[in-house]
Write a protein that binds this ligand. Structure first.
Ligand SMILES: [Zn+2]
Length: 183
């Protein structure tokens, strides 16, 4: 009995370490890695020194709190929507940090990176997206009314039912439609 409990505790501790390393390898900030893995900042620093001596990215500064950057460009918006879609497919409530939630976040991020290797979605922004969309407070995942692609909606603004690409297509198309014939 004791051995089973011991195994369970060891297994959970091992999972924490694995998750901590995985989070740091994705460039998660220290506090984010600590929140989701359950390891202390000191434990993470030790792990980092031991296993990731050459790593430089991330791990500094406060976590982002604004989701506005996702709506600054059509490309960012579509990448963000794709990540949220993948995270949703993996299917877990990640509204607050947990070991399981952290593992799923990493899984979604890894799939996303495989899918879009050139995309620049910082891990902490991915966390922000995942947690905010789960809460459904300010951003929501929907689909474009025209092409059906994943679409992120800014709930604090007037909802745009079409993605930026479809909007720009119809913007370009409409002046032609209304062009006055030269004779
Ligand atoms: Zn569209």
């Amino acid at each position: 009995m004791d051995a089973t409990v011991g195994d369970e505790r060891f297994y959970r501790y091992y999972r924490k370490i694995r998750l901590g390393l995985r989070l740091m390898s994705h460039g998660a900030r220290a506090q984010t890695a600590s929140d989701w893995s359950g390891l202390t900042l000191d434990q993470l620093v030790t792990l980092r020194k031991r296993w990731m001596p050459g790593a430089e990215h991330g791990f500094r500064g406060p976590s982002p709190t604004s989701y506005k950057p996702f709506f600054r460009s059509a490309l960012k918006a579509s990448h963000a929507a794709m990540f949220v879609g993948i995270h949703r497919l993996i299917g877990i409530d990640a509204s607050k940090p947990s070991l399981e939630g952290g593992e799923k976040l990493c899984e979604a991020f890894e799939i996303y990176r495989e899918w879009e290797p050139d995309a620049h979605l910082e891990f902490d922004y991915a966390v922000l997206l995942a947690t905010r969309v789960v809460k459904g407070e300010e951003v929501e995942l929907s689909t474009c009314a025209r092409c059906g692609c994943a679409l992120l909606l800014d709930k604090l603004k007037i909802p745009q039912p079409r993605c930026a690409q479809c909007r720009s297509k119809s913007d370009k198309a409409s002046p032609r439609r209304h062009r006055v014939p030269s004779h």
